[in-house]
Ligand binder design. Structure first.
Ligand code: C2E
Ligand code: MG
Ligand code: MG
Ligand code: MG
Length: 287
């Protein structure tokens, strides 16, 4: 019965968000073959400019089209891919697929937008990440200004990663800090980092209109971002109340179910044709 439901039901797989030992073992085994068997797909979630409602970017989010389990969400397999090191080839596949897709959409005449790719710590730690990415950009012909890389706060804070970050910024790639505010870290490191954008974590957005403390933290983040000349995006916006609060407090961009859920690639052309601006809008930079 579960198998039947699994075919078309995303939700079911939220139940494996914390897979047990047996499930993890099973996932680990089949994950090894998933790349060769072309079981991964990318969905894209639009990022909207507050006020204009225009789509300025998309976030690429991986899904695993498992032969028996149906569509498996990244929460169920990314940590396992990190443990096993499989995240390196998987991550490279994501980058290549996204750059090729982005170039193809542009060549089809769609308004160009930035596409953001999530990087894992393990990927960042590999040697010559910048060279690898340059190779992918050259192969696919994508202009680097259309590529954005999302890193976590903990990745951003490690000084061993800073040279790579500098290299990527010099290549004109946009760098954003994902899930901002969820790690115990000081704001002051923001002033040294070559980043363009911060993404307020969904857990704070959840508290809008419910918890004045979350609202206070969001307002502080918005203020810091504005003064450091960083673009700021709020993740996980689900309600009109949350949207209005963010608009009122001059958040730049939002991403969330209130506008769009992550979409399969073939839904994107129509969405971009109807909602993306004709000219590309360059992200801010504090460096
Ligand atoms: P993330 O990068 O913070 O991505 C945002 C997550 O929030 C996505 O979950 C997205 O579907 C979900 N989301 C967006 N809007 C809403 C909303 O309004 N409400 C709620 N409840 N959720 C919303 P998803 O796709 O399951 O991805 C989970 C995490 O997996 C991502 O979090 C990211 O850390 C990781 N991930 C996804 N794709 C990749 C990838 O290609 N490589 C790596 N290394 N990690 C990835
Ligand atoms: Mg992300
Ligand atoms: Mg996030
Ligand atoms: Mg995340």
């Amino acid at each position: 019965q579960a198998k039947e439901e699994g075919k078309n039901n995303f939700r079911l797989y939220d139940s494996t968000l914390n897979p047990n030992a047996e499930e993890r073992m099973e996932i680990k085994n089949s994950l090894r073959y998933a790349l060769d068997r072309q079981e991964f797909v990318i969905h894209y979630q639009p990022q909207i400019e507050v006020g204009s409602g225009q789509i300025l970017g998309l976030e690429a989010l991986i899904r695993w089209n498992h032969p028996k389990r149906g569509l498996v969400m990244p929460g169920s397999f990314i940590s396992i891919a990190e443990e096993t090191g499989l995240i390196v080839p998987i991550g490279e596949w994501v980058l290549r697929t996204v750059c090729a897709q982005s170039k193809a959409w542009q060549e089809a005449g769609l308004p160009p937008v930035r596409i953001a790719v999530n990087l894992s710590g393990r990927q960042f730690a590999q040697n010559q990440l910048a060279e690898h990415i340059q190779e992918i950009l050259t192969d696919t012909g994508l202009d680097p200004t259309y590529l954005e890389l999302e890193i976590t706060e903990s990745m951003a804070m490690q000084d061993k990663n800073w040279t790579t970050l500098e290299e990527l910024r010099k290549m004109n790639i946009t760098i954003s800090i994902d899930d901002f505010g969820t790690h115990y870290s000081s704001l002051s490191y923001l002033k040294h980092l070559p980043v363009n954008k911060i993404k307020i974590d969904r857990s704070f957005v959840d508290g809008i209109a419910k918890d004045p403390k979350d609202e206070a933290i969001i307002m502080a983040m918005l203020l810091v971002a504005r003064h450091l000349n960083l673009t700021i995006l709020a993740e996980g916006v689900e309600t009109a109340e949350q949207y209005l609060f963010l608009e009122h407090n001059q958040c730049d961009e939002i991403q969330g179910y209130f506008f769009y859920k992550p979409q399969p690639a073939d839904h994107i052309p129509k969405i971009l044709r109807e909602h993306a601006p004709d000219t590309f809008i360059t992200p801010r930079s504090n460096s």
